[in-house]
Design a binder for this molecule. Structure first.
Ligand SMILES: [Zn+2]
Length: 222
């Protein structure tokens, strides 16, 4: 099963994707990880193309597509993939369709995390990250140090109001059109509307699993 998570920055795509990948037993494919892997391997055929990342420049659709096309061929991704952070544009979605079709696959399920702007702001402005294990927390949890590894938590410098507004505008312009694209595709499409900032990641995960059950996409286990 190939799954795509849609949702604006701060919607919890990464966290929900990680939980779902485990529950549905598909591999979690993060484009960020693919890029890091290539950047650490000068002998990789795509090494020259990904250097733009180091320069902090925007990576073109073309390069992102190449990285995904290359990465997805690894044996561990043959049984199905949950895509995290990809596709982000219509051009990327079209490329993905092409990549999957060439191996007789398709996007089977799209999960749209439709989180209200109020909730996004509460989440992003309160976000703290562990520099070591990358786990994220919220200020309201009251941690000074990472409960997992003890490292002092930090706020990301781009988690401020001005940057969030910019990132949301970019999402609306480039990524939000994917919702219509996938609604009109053969994939199962699930929307989860979230306007309650007090919902925990586990609450949201439970809601997703309930919908998947209701729609008969997964069988109730336990
Ligand atoms: Zn940590």
């Amino acid at each position: 099963m190939n799954i795509i998570m849609l949702g604006p920055p701060g919607s919890g795509k990464g966290t929900q994707g990680g939980l779902l990948a485990e529950q549905l037993q598909v591999r979690h494919l993060s484009t960020g990880d693919l890029f890091r892997e290539i950047l650490n391997d000068p002998s990789h055929p795509l090494y020259p193309q990904v250097q733009v990342v180091k320069e902090g420049k925007l990576v073109s659709d073309e390069v992102v597509n190449l990285v995904v096309e290359h990465g997805i061929q690894k044996p561990e991704y043959q049984e199905g993939v949950l895509f995290d952070g990809y596709p982000r544009t219509i051009a990327q979605a079209e490329a993905l369709e092409h990549i999957l079709t060439s191996t007789g696959q398709k996007v089977d399920l799209v999960i749209d995390l439709d989180v209200s702007r109020e909730v996004l702001f509460v989440r992003i402005l309160g976000r703290q990250v562990c520099p070591k294990c990358k786990q994220t927390y919220h200020k309201k949890q009251g941690f000074q140090a990472c409960p997992a590894c003890g490292e002092a938590l930090v706020c990301r410098s781009d988690d401020n109001e001005e940057t969030i507004v910019k990132r949301l505008q970019e999402y609306d312009a480039k990524t939000a059109p994917l919702r219509d694209y996938y609604r009109n595709s053969r994939a199962e499409y699930i929307t989860l509307s979230i306007s309650d900032a007090s919902l925990s990641p586990d609450d949201v995960n439970q809601q997703i699993m309930e919908v998947l059950n209701q729609r008969g996409i997964i069988q109730d286990e336990i």
